[in-house]
Ligand binder design. Structure first.
Ligand SMILES: Cc1cc2nc3c(=O)[nH]c(=O)nc-3n(C[C@H](O)[C@H](O)[C@H](O)COP(=O)(O)OP(=O)(O)OC[C@H]3O[C@@H](n4cnc5c(N)ncnc54)[C@H](O)[C@@H]3O)c2cc1C
Length: 372
C-alpha cells in the first residue's frame, strides 16, 4: 500500500556456527560450557520491540496531526452551500458534522503525542531500573506498549480516513497527500506485532492484575483502577460541576468500564477452567472479550495521560488544553455509551447530557479556531 522504501525480504541460515561472543548477550547468556542463562524477566527478550512500540505512539500521532492539519485547512477555505438566503456560502468547517469528524482528531493527535512522551519516559525509567536489577516497572511497560501500539494505530487509521473523507473528492486525490499518510500509518496495525495478538498481551497482564487485586496485593500504576471501589452509578450531570470536576467524573466512568470488563472476562475465564476447559482453550474462546477489556484499559490510560499533562501544563495553556480534554472525554464516553448503559452506570438521560456537552465542546473549539 505504501512503505515503498522498505524492501522487505528474508534470510535463511542453515548450519552456520556463530561464535559465542558474537551473540549480543546483553540479557540472555551462554557460557563457555554451553550453559544457557535466561534474562531476569522473559519480557526482556522483546526489549527492542518494546522500544519501537513505545516510539510508535508519537510517530503515529504525527501522521494524524498532518492529516488533521490538511483537512482543517481545506475545510476552512472551501465553502459549500448556504444556510441563509442572500449570504455567502458557508465555510465547510461551520457545519457541525464536519466539526464532529475533525475536532476529535485534533484532540486525539494531541493526546497521542502526550501519551507517547509519557511512555518513552516510562521506557527509559524501566530500563534504568533493569540495569540495576529492578524489574518492577517491566510488566506495566510491556502491557502498555502492546495495548498502545494496537489502539493508537487502529484509531489513527480511522481518524486519517475521516480526514480524507472530510475533504470530499480532493481527499481521494493523491495530490492531497492523504492517501500516502494513510498508507504509511495503517501499516502500523501490522508491523511490530499484529494488533489482535498484541491486545492479548495486555489482556494477560489485566487477568493477572485482577487475581492480584482479589488477593489484596497492591497494583502498579496502570492497573491501580482494578483494585479501586468506584461508584456504581455515576452522578454525571446531576449536580453543578466545573469543567475540571466533570473531567474527573468522566475519568472515573472510564475506570468503571475498564474494571468491569477486566473482572467479567477474568470470571468467565475462571468459570470455563472450573468446568474442565484447559487454560489455553478457555482463553481462545474468550479472546474477543479479553481484547475488548485490553482496548478499554489502554483507552483509559491514554485519557489519564492527557489529564496528567493538562494538570502539569503552564497556566497560559491550561484553558485551551482543558477544552480539548473535555472534548476528548465526552467523545470517548459517547463512543462507549453501550458500556456505560450496560450495568446502568449511566442512564439514557445522562447519555443525552454527554452528547449535549460534546456539541458544546465542538462549538467552543470552533470559536477558538475562528479567533486564533
Ligand atoms: C509495512 C511492514 C513492514 C514490516 N517490516 C518488518 C521488518 O522490518 N522486519 C521484520 O522482521 N518484519 C517486518 N514486518 C513483518 C511484521 O512484523 C509481521 O507481518 C507482523 O508481526 C505479523 O506477523 P505475520 O505477518 O506473521 O502474521 P500472523 O502472526 O501470522 O497473523 C496472521 C493473522 O492470524 C491472526 N493470528 C495469528 N496468531 C493468532 C493467535 N494466537 N490468536 C489470534 N489470532 C491470531 C492474526 O491476528 C492475523 O489476523 C513488516 C510488515 C509490514 C506490513
Amino acid at each position: 500500500m505504501a512503505f515503498n522504501r522498505a524492501d522487505n525480504g528474508f534470510l535463511v541460515l542453515d548450519n552456520v556456527r556463530i561464535p559465542r561472543k558474537r551473540m549480543l548477550m546483553k540479557y540472555a547468556k551462554v557460557s563457555a560450557d554451553g550453559t544457557y542463562t535466561p534474562p531476569i524477566h522473559s519480557k526482556l527478550n522483546y526489549g527492542l520491540m518494546v522500544l519501537v512500540r513505545a516510539r510508535m505512539t508519537n510517530m503515529q500521532a504525527q501522521n494524524l496531526s498532518s492529516a488533521t492539519t490538511i483537512a482543517l485547512r481545506y475545510s476552512s477555505v472551501k465553502r459549500q452551500g448556504r444556510i441563509e438566503k442572500n449570504q455567502r456560502e458557508v465555510q465547510e468547517l461551520d457545519y457541525q458534522t464536519q466539526q464532529y469528524r475533525l475536532f476529535p482528531q485534533i484532540a486525539r493527535a494531541y493526546t497521542f503525542l502526550f501519551t507517547g512522551d509519557e511512555i518513552i519516559n516510562l521506557y527509559h525509567q524501566t530500563m534504568d531500573g533493569v540495569d540495576k536489577g529492578d524489574i518492577d516497572l517491566l510488566p506495566d511497560l510491556h502491557a502498555l506498549t502492546s495495548g498502545l501500539k494496537s489502539v493508537v494505530t487502529f484509531t489513527n487509521g480511522a481518524g486519517i480516513e475521516q480526514c480524507r473523507m472530510a475533504c470530499d473528492g480532493h481527499g481521494y486525490s493523491d495530490a492531497s497527500g492523504l492517501p500516502k499518510i494513510y498508507g504509511y500509518a495503517i501499516a502500523g496495525c501490522t508491523y511490530e506485532g499484529e494488533n489482535v495478538m498484541l491486545l492479548q498481551q495486555a489482556a494477560r497482564y489485566l487477568m493477572k492484575s485482577v487475581v492480584r487485586a482479589d488477593r489484596g496485593v497492591s497494583l502498579s500504576y496502570s492497573v491501580k483502577f482494578i483494585g479501586k471501589k468506584g461508584e456504581k452509578r455515576s452522578r454525571l450531570g446531576m449536580q453543578a460541576e466545573s469543567d475540571e470536576q466533570e473531567i474527573e467524573t468522566l475519568l472515573s466512568s472510564l475506570e468503571h468500564i475498564a474494571r468491569r470488563l477486566a473482572v467479567e472476562a477474568s470470571q468467565e475465564w475462571e468459570k470455563r477452567m472450573k468446568m474442565g476447559e484447559s487454560r489455553e482453550r478457555a482463553w481462545i474462546e474468550l479472546t474477543v472479550e479479553m481484547n475488548r477489556a485490553a482496548r478499554v484499559y489502554t483507552r483509559l490510560f491514554v485519557a489519564q495521560s492527557f489529564h496528567r499533562r493538562v494538570m502539569a501544563a503552564p497556566s497560559s495553556l491550561r484553558p485551551v488544553l482543558t477544552h480539548l480534554l473535555s472534548l476528548y472525554l465526552h467523545y470517548e464516553c459517547v463512543d462507549m455509551a453501550h458500556h456505560l448503559l450496560h450495568d446502568c452506570h449511566l442512564t439514557g438521560d445522562q447519555i443525552n447530557y454527554l452528547k449535549k456537552r460534546l456539541y458544546e465542546d465542538l462549538r467552543k473549539v470552533s470559536y477558538q479556531h475562528d479567533h486564533s
